[in-house]
Design a protein around this ligand. Sequence first.
Ligand SMILES: C[S@@+](CC[C@H](N)C(=O)[O-])C[C@H]1O[C@@H](n2cnc3c(N)ncnc32)[C@H](O)[C@@H]1O
Length: 207
Amino acid sequence: MKIDTEHLHFWMQAIRQSPDPMRTLDGFWSGQLKSKEWLIEKLEPYVHKPSFIEIHGGWLGILSSMIFQSNIPVTQIWSTDIDPACEPIASMMNKQEEMVGRFKAITADMCHLSYLRQQENEWSVGDIIINTSCEHLTQAQYDFWLTQLPKTALVVVQSNNYDLPEHVRTAKTLAEFKEQSKINAMWSGSLTTKMYERWMIIGYKNI
Ligand SMILES: C[S@@+](CC[C@H](N)C(=O)[O-])C[C@H]1O[C@@H](n2cnc3c(N)ncnc32)[C@H](O)[C@@H]1O
C-alpha cells in the first residue's frame, strides 16, 4: 500500500518525539508492517459502510494510520493500549485525524473497557473491533475480553507462533489459534514473515 508524504511526516515526528526512538522503531520492522497491510487487504471486502473501528492493544497507532490511508471506509478509530507511553506516540502518528475528531488514543486495559464505558456513560462501541495483540493475553484474559464484546461487532484477531518472554499465549498452528479464539470465521489464514507465522481470523464471536 502507499503511504502519503503528509502521513509520513507525522510518522517521523512520532518517532523523533518519542522518549526512546530506537524502541519506537520496533513497530516498523517489515514483519510488523506487512502484517498490518495484510489485515487491511483481507478486511476491506467485509466493510460495506463507513465504520467506527476500535483497535485494542493498538500500540503505536501504526495500524490506525495505515487504515486511514487505505480504501476501508472509516468514520473514526479509537486505539487503546494498556501502556501509557503509547498514547502520545499514537496521537502523533494520527495527528491529522485526531485534530478533526476522527482518532483517539486511549490508555486502558482492553479487558476493562466495558467497565470504563459504564463509568463514563459512554455507550458507543465499534462496528469493527481489532486485536492484533492476542499473543500478549492469557487465555483467561482473552476469554474475558471476548465476552464483553457485542455480538454485532465484526472481530479481527491476530496472533503468531513467535516465542518471546512477553508472548504469554502463542499458537503453533492456525487450527490452534482458531480453537483459542472462539470466533465463527468468515475468513482465516496465515502470513509467513521472516521470523514467524502470523495467524488471522475475521468473523463474529461465538460465545
Ligand atoms: C508489541 S505490541 C503489538 C504486537 C502486535 N503483534 C502488533 O503488531 O500489533 C503489544 C501491545 O499490546 C499491549 N497490551 C498488552 N496487554 C494489553 C491489555 N490487557 N490491554 C491493552 N493493551 C495491552 C501492550 O502494551 C503492547 O503495546
